[in-house]
Write a protein of this length. Structure first.
Length: 257
């Protein structure tokens, strides 16, 4: 892989956090510990802090280095232009794009120009190098997104299937709801919880065939509350006065939805 500004930045990675889920250990290094408590809280209590001794989960260790580097964003932009990187439009409305380059040694570069985000992936060494730019809105999201992708691939490698779904426990068993954002998953789950059900997941859930029926594994995600949900639950009505805090405001809905 070509040299990059990452090499000069690594000496500044003074804060470290070890995150453990079953047989998976994530060593996260950053320049500052500012974002690590937020990340740890976001994934709590998903990470247990102890490796699983059983044979159901493969023992694996990944390293994630995260740093602030405007130079890396400029380097990635030039590299993508010179090497005719593969371009993917993530969201046509917001013009969000992603560029990808595959190197001869098997490593990959992902570049998100709108956020100034650069990700170097060395799958063989299980190492991720991530840089965010000054224009990156909230670097904590960058760290959690990378950890989320590693976790999803790890869990899917053990027989689970990931779905964009919510789930709740009821006296009759687990009810899962699969649907697009804004389709009503959070509202239905909120209603089940208010009726005495137990919360499992709101945005992402894993399922696999179990000895009896289907097993469900919750994945940590923030609960995205839209205007429809806020109108139905008195405890959430304060959100109606500040729609910027809503995941889906009134303007987000259309006749098709």
């Amino acid at each position: 892989m070509l040299p990059s500004p990452f090499a000069q930045e690594e000496s500044c990675l003074g804060s470290k956090e070890s995150l453990i889920f079953e047989g998976l250990t994530l060593e996260v290094r950053t320049e500052t510990g500012k974002y690590l408590p937020w990340v740890r809280n976001f994934f709590s209590p998903f990470f247990t802090g102890q490796r699983a001794p059983g044979k159901d989960w493969e023992q694996a260790e990944y390293n994630v280095d995260v740093m602030h580097s405007d130079a890396s964003a400029a380097w990635a932009a030039d590299l993508c232009e010179c090497q005719h990187a593969e371009k993917t439009i993530i969201n046509p409305k917001s013009a969000r794009t992603r560029y990808r380059i595959r190197f001869e040694d098997g490593s990959r570069l992902l570049f998100f120009p709108r956020k100034g985000l650069v990700v170097l992936v060395d799958a063989n060494a299980r190492r991720f190098k991530v840089s965010f730019a000054s224009k990156t809105p909230w670097p904590g999201d960058v760290i959690s997104d990378v950890i989320e992708e590693i976790l999803i691939r790890y869990i899917e490698g053990h027989g689970w299937c990931a779905y964009h779904a919510g789930a709740a426990v009821t006296p009759g068993g687990v009810i899962a709801m699969i649907g697009y954002g804004g389709s009503g998953k959070t509202t239905l789950i909120g209603g089940l919880i208010r009726a005495g059900g137990g919360f499992i997941a709101n945005e992402r859930c894993f399922f696999r065939a179990g000895p009896v029926g289907v097993d469900a594994l919750a994945f940590p995600q923030l609960v995205n509350v839209g205007i429809g949900t806020a109108k139905l639950f008195p405890a959430l009505t304060d959100l109606l006065t500040d729609q910027g805090r809503l995941a889906y405001s009134q303007q987000s809905f259309n006749a098709a939805r």
